[in-house]
Design a protein around this ligand. Structure first.
Ligand code: ATP
Length: 205
């Protein structure tokens, strides 16, 4: 029988370098599944999700088949009930899509699949994973990177306040990559982390 695929989570606060690490992991042969991209896709093409969002936020939240994400983010920031309803609508479907992606990748003989999620633990998305890789970086470096991408400091701090703190994430990590230096070093660190993750035992699930 083919070897079981290792399912890992990749998370970290904004501006730590999750996406960059995932690109390096992909080059090493790891399948990458972006929970954020899948959630966005579902909000545009999944009939149940579209109907559910219109139910929660009103039909006018959609414009030409695209939901107004900025407006939704503003509403759920103040309304925990609506946030819970939105999560209940989307998270199980993202969970299932990851499971399908993992089965497909396993059938193709891949040894590892990574679920990249900005909020992994907050959404219970670590369930069913064999290990979690946390990408971390010093706060001032993260802020500088995000500013270079055009975000304001106020926006950065607001986004950070909605995520687990880096310390919380580090406590839950099986493997950590610190990304305070060059991209070359990050690439080398990613390879090292990849080998560590491959060597970890599977979790029962
Ligand atoms: P977000 O949560 O906002 O999507 P992220 O954690 O996925 O962020 P990336 O998009 O990978 O982070 O990186 C943020 C920015 O910092 C990108 O523009 C990326 O190219 C840059 N970056 C990441 N790591 C480094 C590094 N070691 N040196 C220089 N630039 C870097």
């Amino acid at each position: 029988m083919a070897k079981r695929i290792k399912r890992i989570g990749v998370t970290g606060g904004i501006g730590t370098g999750k996406t960059t690490v995932c690109n390096f992991l992909r080059a090493l042969g790891c399948e990458i599944f972006s929970a954020d991209i899948e959630a966005k896709r579902l909000q545009e093409i999944d009939p149940d999700v579209v109907a559910g969002i219109k139910n929660i936020f009103g039909k006018e939240i959609y414009d030409n088949g695209i939901p107004n994400r900025k407006r939704i983010a503003e509403i759920i920031f103040d309304d925990k009930e609506k946030l819970a309803q939105l999560n209940a609508l989307i998270h199980p479907k993202v969970f299932r899509a990851f499971d399908e992606a993992a089965r497909r990748a396993e059938a193709e003989g891949k040894t590892m699949i990574a679920k990249e999620a900005a909020i992994l633990f907050e959404s219970g998305g670590e369930k069913g994973l064999d290990a979690v890789l946390v990408v971390a970086a010093d706060l001032d470096i993260r802020i500088a990177r995000l500013k270079a991408r055009g975000l304001s400091e106020a926006d950065i701090r607001a986004r950070m306040s909605r995520q687990f703190s880096q310390d919380e994430l580090l406590k839950r990590a099986d493997v950590v990559i610190w990304n305070n230096h060059s991209l070359d070093l990050l690439e080398a660190e990613t390879k090292h982390a990849y080998l560590k993750l491959l060597a970890l035992p599977y979790r029962n699930h």
